[in-house]
Design a protein around this ligand. Structure first.
Ligand code: AR6
Length: 177
């Protein structure tokens, strides 16, 4: 599914983000930038050791913020590592932190002059964020950002499993009415 907002195309696909050829792919990392399972593990496996080397030099990333490294062996030139919130009960600032993770990644892409980036569904795996709410935050944040910024040409959401893909499509349809 694809929509155009201002100068940008927002695309939803089901797939593996490590195969994306956007300028950057976003990693759902942990605050220590230490690598891990899920999409984090997949990106480090596919991208090779140069990514973890740069992560070690950077040292860490607070929840809701983002840092950038090489893409190593990936098709994407860069990896933007962001840290989503661990979901507790929804009253611990989770929505603001998730929004901030998406926004920090988009801002970093703009700062670096990047035109296209691909996001996974941040926080909805190991970090337990309810999928529907997370999809709404993700899509609203991306749409609002490209409305105000002409530089980014493509924001892709690469959803690994069918359920995530379907929920993101449903939420996008609702948001655009
Ligand atoms: N491409 C796209 N999406 C993927 C891929 C892939 N190759 N692999 C998994 N996903 P998670 P989180 C989906 O757990 O919840 C790590 O250990 C997955 O199906 O990767 O933010 C980190 O080091 C799910 O829909 O990230 C942190 O400690 C989504 O990506 C912690 O997990 C997010 O799931 C971060 O947890």
């Amino acid at each position: 599914m694809e929509i155009t907002v201002n100068k940008a195309v927002i695309t939803l696909v089901q797939g593996d983000i490590t195969r994306e050829a956007t300028d950057a792919v976003v990693n759902a990392a942990n605050a220590r930038l230490a690598g891990g399972g899920g999409v984090d593990g997949a990106i480090h496996r596919a991208g090779g050791p140069a990514i973890l080397e740069e992560c070690r030099k950077i040292g860490g990333c607070p929840t809701g913020q983002a840092v950038i490294t090489t893409g190593g062996n990936l098709k994407a030139k860069y990896v933007i590592h962001t840290v989503g919130p661990i979901y507790r009960d929804g009253s611990k600032g989770e929505a603001d932190l998730l929004k901030s993770a998406y926004l920090s990644s988009l801002r970093l892409a703009s700062e670096k002059g990047l035109k296209s980036l691909a996001f996974p569904s941040i926080s909805t795996g190991a970090y337990g964020y309810p999928l529907r709410e997370a999809a709404q935050v993700a899509l609203e944040t991306a749409i609002d950002y490209v409305k105000d910024h002409d530089d980014i040409e493509q924001v892709k959401f690469v959803l690994f499993d069918e359920r995530s893909f379907n929920v993101f499509c449903d939420e996008l349809k609702q948001l655009i009415g």
